[in-house]
Design a protein. Structure first.
Length: 94
């Protein structure tokens, strides 16, 4: 069984499964509207210290760090290339 962690502690390129959202009713409802539901697979595309850019259900979504700390995920034990997901994105690393 995979270890549960928050979305904010997930590495770039890692594909994870959403397990639960530990938030109030309004935030949980908003995240559900964005397609973040238990069991969905998502991928971290970019993490430059600010909001996380994730891929979920074929869409790219920016999630603030505070929200990302309330989203609990488990690893799918798979890493994918960020370039395969968004070929036109240039990621600058400092």
């Amino acid at each position: 069984m995979s270890k549960q962690q928050t979305l904010s502690s997930t590495s770039v390129g890692q594909t994870v499964k959403l397990e639960k959202i530990n938030a109030g009713r309004r935030l949980a409802h908003r995240l559900t509207e964005l397609g973040l539901t238990p069991g969905v697979t998502l991928t971290i595309l970019q993490d430059n210290g600010g909001p996380l850019l994730i891929s979920v259900r074929g869409s790219r979504i920016a999630i603030g760090r505070g929200m990302a700390k309330k989203i609990h995920v488990t690893s799918n034990n798979g890493h994918i290339s960020v370039q395969n997901q968004i070929p036109n994105l240039v990621v600058n690393q400092i």
